[in-house]
Design a protein around this ligand. Sequence first.
Ligand code: GNR
Ligand code: NI
Length: 174
Amino acid sequence: MALLNILRYPDPRLHKVAKPVTEFGERLHQLVEDMAETMYDAPGVGLAATQVDVHERVVVIDVTEDKSRLMVFVNPEIVWASPEKQVYDEGCLSVPGIYDGVERPARVKVRAVDQHNVPFEVEADGLLAVCIQHEMDHLMGKVFVEYLSPLKRNRIKTKLQKEERELQREGRHA
Ligand code: GNR
Ligand code: NI
């Protein structure tokens, strides 16, 4: 059991592309456990391995109120996306304190395996559909602020860089 450090935008490591998982052993099981613990602690409704500086196709999601339904997606692929779109006010644990509207397909069908290499498919709508697409973007090195205008993105970058410098200062003095 361990809490993992979450990378903060604009860390360049958030733009690395994750590789497929090929080994379904103890190391993967530990990663999934630590990612779930980190997501629940944050708290967040999803976490991609990219955000904890592990560049493999692993995602955990739990969109329930009472944190009762952990979903583990290894090597996920979107096999269908609805032509209808929805706009959702997105946030990200790697972009703390920032929320803005992003338009994406309203429903998606995803194929993945779990941490034991057992295949499954889910058809998702609402927040789950948003979250799956948001997490799969992370695996491709994409952060949701890249859907916003360059002006908004630059303001966010400047704000977070300032906060990061402040955190570094506090850390040194602690
Ligand atoms: O916790 C999270 N909430 C959220 C809200 C709206 C749209 C997407 C998300 S995902 C986010 C956790 C996160 O950063 N996952 O990568
Ligand atoms: Ni995110």
